[in-house]
Design a protein around this ligand. Structure first.
Ligand code: KG4
Ligand code: ZN
Length: 340
């Protein structure tokens, strides 16, 4: 097999982003994303609307990805798609599209686990970004996920910790909602946190056994705190918004870093990678840098466009599986709860 000249199309549609990307031997040629603005008005993703928007977006997004890559669909060697986990209605759109395209072109179809893809995004060739050596620990943090994964090899991964309720991005977004910030609130909280005092207010960290996480108690704690304080001073949130954001962010980062420290200690692994939308957070980035000094970690943060939901990460997994001849059949089904 000529492994030196392989073009693969990656398709991602697990949540509210319709994305397509073309990879050529591990180098990304195009990475197109259609965000669905429609959910902002609802303060969260509405599955039925997401599915409909995917149907509208998928053809133009794939078309654009091929055009930007400067290739025709006939030059593709395989089509890779997100099989799960995610919203079933959303996954079905990408899955059906990928199946038909691969069938029509008579090329292999490759199914990709979205969570593995967030981690393997680190293996995209990108100047200035190191690839983590095996084994390493990967923490995936986004609006849909919070996991710590021990990565022994590309497709040999073990989830050693995960959230038992909300994802960390939800903790940011739901806290922001309580404070009257727009959706998603993570970036806004991050921005305001830089202007505030992280120790102005104290929020209780959850006590969860092992390497698992919990964020729903924190959200309730913040809600009660805001209700109590606004009763005494109706302008409390307005007057203290930066300090509140800084304190919330400080608490959340503390929860994440505590578990990472524990995971590193238990496994003896000091190579630490992160992925997912929350890895854009300035607090977590700083905490990882500090970990290099304090705990001798080597840390890996992918390029931002490969860290939020995207199809480049699906395409790199497609490429890695293509090299192994790991293809799937036309009767493959989308799987909302697919595990690593
Ligand atoms: O990976 P992503 O784009 O989509 C999925 O949820 O899979 O992640 C989106 C999440 C949202 O919850 C958003 O608030 C959060 O990432 N986020 C941030 C920041 N940027 C995005 N959270 C904290 N600080 C940020 N700078
Ligand atoms: Zn994701």
């Amino acid at each position: 097999m000529d492994s030196q000249n392989i073009f693969i199309l990656g398709i991602e549609s697990s949540c509210d982003d319709t994305a397509a990307s073309v990879i050529h031997n591990g180098n990304i040629l195009s990475n197109v994303i259609a965000n669905q603005k429609i959910h902002e008005a609802y303060g969260g993703v509405v599955p039925e609307l997401a599915s409909r928007a995917h149907q509208q977006n998928i053809v133009p997004v794939v078309h654009q990805a091929l055009e930007k890559a400067g290739i025709t669909k006939e030059q593709l060697h395989a089509v890779a798609f997100t099989r799960g986990p995610g919203l079933m209605g959303s996954l079905l759109v990408g899955t059906s599209f990928a199946k038909s395209l691969a069938y029509g072109l008579n090329i292999p179809l490759i199914d990709v686990n979205h969570m593995q893809a967030h981690i393997l995004a680190h293996y995209i060739n990108e100047e200035g970004f190191e690839k983590p050596p095996f084994p390493f620990l990967a923490m995936t943090i986004s609006g849909g996920h919070t996991q710590i994964v021990k990565v022994n090899h590309y497709f040999d991964m073990e989830v050693i910790g995960e959230t038992i309720d909300d994802a960390v991005g939800e903790a940011f977004d739901k806290s922001g909602k309580i404070l009257g910030l727009g959706y998603p609130a993570g970036p806004e909280i991050d921005k305001r946190a830089k202007l505030g005092n992280p120790k102005a207010f104290r929020f209780t960290k959850p006590k969860v056994a092992g390497l698992n996480f919990s964020f729903s108690g924190l959200k309730t704690g913040i809600l009660y705190f805001v209700q109590r304080e606004t009763k005494a001073n109706p302008n409390f949130v307005e007057e203290n918004i930066n300090d509140i954001c800084a304190s919330i962010q400080y608490t959340i980062i503390g929860i994440l870093v505590d578990k990472l420290k524990q995971a590193s200690k238990e496994t003896g692994i000091k190579h630490i990678a992160i992925g997912g939308g929350v890895s854009a957070n300035s607090g977590i980035r700083q905490a990882l840098k500090d970990g290099e000094q304090k705990f001798g970690w080597t840390t890996y943060i992918p390029k931002f466009e490969y860290t939020t939901d995207n199809a480049a990460m699906i395409a790199i997994v497609g490429y890695l599986k293509y090299l192994e001849g790991d293809f799937t059949e036309q009767h493959v089904m989308a799987s909302a709860r697919l595990k690593i």
